[in-house]
Design a protein around this ligand. Structure first.
Ligand SMILES: [Zn+2]
Length: 83
């Protein structure tokens, strides 16, 4: 069986899903989804490397979800990604 591949929203590289973390947006807001099972629109970011640090600089969430997120939202997401 082939592994599912997803694209990192920061570096745009395609990687196996287990090397990425899912970020999901639904009516409750936007958050890091470590289970990969939360309902909503999902996007992926590399677990390793500096994509997490580049998230704010590139404003990748804004582009991916077509919404302007505040710096507080970015900081919260980045904190969760680093756990
Ligand atoms: Zn990446």
């Amino acid at each position: 069986m082939e592994k599912p591949y997803r694209m990192c929203m920061v570096c745009r590289e395609r990687k196996p899903k287990n090397e990425l973390v899912r970020i999901v947006k639904n009516q409750d807001g936007i958050k890091v989804d470590k289970t990969g099972k939360v309902d909503g629109r999902g996007a992926y970011i590399c677990k390793e490397g500096n994509c997490c640090d580049k998230l704010v600089k590139t404003k990748a969430l804004n582009k991916t979800f077509r919404e302007n997120f505040s710096i507080d939202v970015y900081n919260e997401i980045m904190e969760k990604l680093k756990i």
